[in-house]
Design a binder for this molecule. Structure first.
Ligand SMILES: [Zn+2]
Ligand SMILES: [Zn+2]
Length: 390
């Protein structure tokens, strides 16, 4: 199929849902309104089961195909949360909540998957079961992880799981994807340096924590440049450097540094944590300062499995045409918590073109409603090709 007629007919209706979500953004796990609407719609479509409360505010719908001879269940996932950004789009359906907006297009993801759920509930033109997954807290709250911990994969017997995200800059009607590591792991660290403050004119009586912090900052640059295979990827960025002093003549007592570490493989991730820990500890020792490091591992590397990636490529080509699917997309140093679902089950993640819009997380961003028929058709096509009648 390219776009199904029925899905073209639903374009206006799905757009209305999307803009309603856009006007009413909710952060992290506080997606109470969105979750309630998702639950009500899934119930009204006639889903065989609608379950709430996984991952606190997550919602799951189960749709049975016309037969179940192959006893296979696939999961399709969308995210529902917005961001703490003040919208500047001036659209008629702009956020009604000051300082919150759907700047990552999760409003569109939720609406497109709801559209697919409606279509699949009406037609049931597949053999097996589909689980539609609506998760909260993608933006830093690891909602996917909480849903998995609440039994998402095992309780619903999901054997493969798929995700989709819009991509600004990629033309509407196009898709891109790659097999293997696609999005980076995102870890973060905080360094607290305790020195000995004093008069800036009598440095010999102090242990200056700003000097220690500066040496740590410079030393960290060598982890990417000297310890990492040049053909592999690592980003170490120090994003905050603060002292408690705001004067010209005081050497402060303490300095705090914060930063993020992005990697595309487990070995580089482990190596980076080791080297960063050693450099920070030993630099503190060299200067006689007391240094404490807090190193938090965040979202893991998101790895698309080969077979499921090929299923997604096939479905995307069926919807958009061969020439509109890039199966060798560039890797991304941003992170995505769908990686937790891909640690539990084989699966893959694809991007759908959002056209020439502002970038993700920009206050002028808006999800492009013209991509709705492509995203919704893609979910339906993937379901029908993965769950064919025997
Ligand atoms: Zn985002
Ligand atoms: Zn996003």
């Amino acid at each position: 199929m390219p776009i199904k007629n029925r899905i073209s007919e639903m374009h206006g209706e799905i757009t209305v849902w999307r803009r309603d979500f856009h006007e009413n953004p909710e952060l992290l796990y506080d997606t109470h309104r969105t979750s309630k609407i998702v639950k009500e719609k899934l119930t009204s479509f006639g889903c065989d089961q609608v379950i709430t409360g996984l991952g606190r505010t997550g919602v799951v719908g189960v749709i049975h195909g016309r037969s179940n001879s192959n006893r296979k269940t696939i999961g399709l996932r969308a995210d529902m949360d917005a961001l703490p950004i003040k919208e500047i789009t001036n659209l008629e359906y702009s956020s009604k909540k000051d300082g919150m907006m759907h700047a990552c297009g999760h409003d569109g993801h939720t609406a497109m998957l709801l559209g697919a759920a409606k279509y699949l509930s009406e037609t049931r033109n597949f053999d097996g079961k589909v689980v539609v997954i609506f998760q909260p807290a993608e933006e830093g709250g690891a909602g996917a992880k909480e849903m998995c911990e609440d039994g998402l994969m095992s309780d619903f017997d999901i054997s493969e799981v798929y995700g989709m995200h819009n991509a600004p800059g990629l033309p509407v009607g196009q898709f891109n994807i790659r097999s293997g590591a696609f999005f980076a792991a995102a870890d973060q660290f905080t360094v607290n340096i305790q020195g000995k403050g004093g008069h800036a004119a009598r440095p010999q009586e102090t242990i200056d924590p700003t000097i220690v912090g500066a040496h740590i900052l410079i030393a960290l640059q060598s982890v990417a440049s000297r310890n990492t295979d040049p053909l592999k990827s690592l980003v170490v960025s120090v994003t905050s450097f603060r002292t408690e002093s705001d004067s010209y003549n005081v050497i402060p007592q303490t300095v705090q540094l914060k930063g993020t570490v992005r990697t595309l493989s487990k070995d580089v991730r482990d190596m980076a944590q080791d080297k960063i820990t050693q450099l920070i500890k030993n630099t503190g020792l060299a200067f006689g300062a007391n240094v404490e490091l807090d190193y938090d591992r965040g979202y893991p590397v998101m790895i698309n499995s080969d077979l499921e990636t090929s299923h997604m490529i096939k479905a995307a080509k069926n919807v958009a045409g061969d020439e509109n699917v890039d199966d060798n997309a560039s890797q991304v140093m941003g992170a995505e918590d769908f990686s937790y679902m891909l640690e539990e089950r084989p699966g893959a993640y694809i991007r759908v073109g959002n056209g020439n819009t502002a970038s993700l997380h920009h206050p002028n961003y808006d999800f492009n409603d013209e991509s709705i028929p492509f995203g919704t058709s893609f979910w339906v096509e993937l379901t029908e090709t993965r769950l064919p009648f025997l």
